[in-house]
Write a protein that binds this ligand. Structure first.
Ligand code: CAA
Length: 254
């Protein structure tokens, strides 16, 4: 049985659904690599404008597969195949939306931290409980969680392994929006559709520019932002023309 299911639930939106329900969608190496392969394909497919990651009603993803941990001699976060797969997620240039129901723990929570928008069902539970197995969040959690929710809350979550529910995750800025239980995927697809109607080149530039906040100084990223603004695209001309002609723009991604 494949570890993920890939489908199109809306035009221009690709949904990658984790499919290890017996293991609460734990991130086995196979699941991680299949996800990376699907993202590579989505990146090269112009008809895909937004990707939604989701799980099932019990779990988005319960983190690294703890049963797999003892199978290898080296720490799993040091395996090159795993690191490469994480890099694919990290560098994915198109919008990535997480639709979370149930548990998003450990590596599953770290995946949501790499998503651009996170929609959480009322029953969602977020946490980085690695400390309980004598580890720490080694796939970006120690760095991205404090940036998302602040140092004190991040320290509390990471040091105690405590989980927070969907409403609190939304309140703290870890999630974008909360839906009734079972409604996260539909809402994520709705948002994906809105973004999918925009100019893909503008959306790609927005993602690149916003992510510079995490990697560059303000001076450096402001000057890069100005350089990016100098780009003239067909879509920009089309957007202006459509506004003046009072019609919907047709964006081509050029
Ligand atoms: N890895 C492997 N198997 C897992 C798993 C995981 N992360 N999480 C759940 N499972 C398995 C369980 O072992 C169980 O399998 P069996 O039926 O064979 O016993 C099955 O999924 C169902 O799990 P539960 O019966 O525990 O279901 P629950 O609904 O009562 O609890 C849960 C769900 C809260 C997610 C609980 O399973 C749990 O705490 N899982 C571990 C979560 C965790 O610690 N994640 C962090 C992992 S470490 C990491 O990501 C990064 C790192 O260290 C580098």
């Amino acid at each position: 049985m494949p570890n993920i299911q890939v489908s199109a639930l809306a035009p221009s939106t690709q949904v990658i659904r984790f499919n290890r329900p017996h293991a609460r969608n734990a991130l086995s190496l196979a699941l991680l690599q299949e996800t990376a392969t699907a993202l590579h394909a989505a990146q090269n497919d112009d008809s895909v404008r937004v990707v939604v990651l989701t799980g099932d009603d019990k779990a988005f993803c319960a983190g690294a597969d703890i049963k797999e941990m003892s199978n290898t001699g080296i720490p799993m976060w040091g395996q090159s195949e795993r690191l490469l797969a994480w890099k694919t997620l990290e560098n994915f240039p198109k919008p990535l939306i997480a639709a979370v129901e149930g548990y998003a723990l450990g590596g599953g929570c770290e995946m949501t931290l790499l998503c651009d928008i996170v929609i959480a069902g009322q029953n969602a539970r977020f946490g980085l409980p690695e400390v309980k197995i004598g580890a720490f969040p080694g796939d970006g959690g120690t760095q991205r969680l404090p940036r998302a929710i602040g140092k004190s809350r991040a320290m509390w979550m990471i040091m105690t392994g405590s989980l927070i529910d969907g409403p609190k995750a939304c309140d703290w800025g870890l999630a974008t929006e909360i839906t009734p239980a079972g409604g996260a995927l539909a809402r994520a697809c709705e948002i994906a559709q809105t973004i999918g109607d925009m100019s893909p080149i503008a959306v790609r530039m927005i993602k690149e520019e916003v992510l510079m906040t995490y990697t560059k100084s303000l001076d450096e990223s402001l000057s890069l932002e100005r350089k990016l603004l100098l780009w003239q695209t067909h879509d920009h001309n089309e957007g202006i023309a459509a506004f003046l002609e009072k019609r919907r723009p047709v964006f081509s991604g050029r």
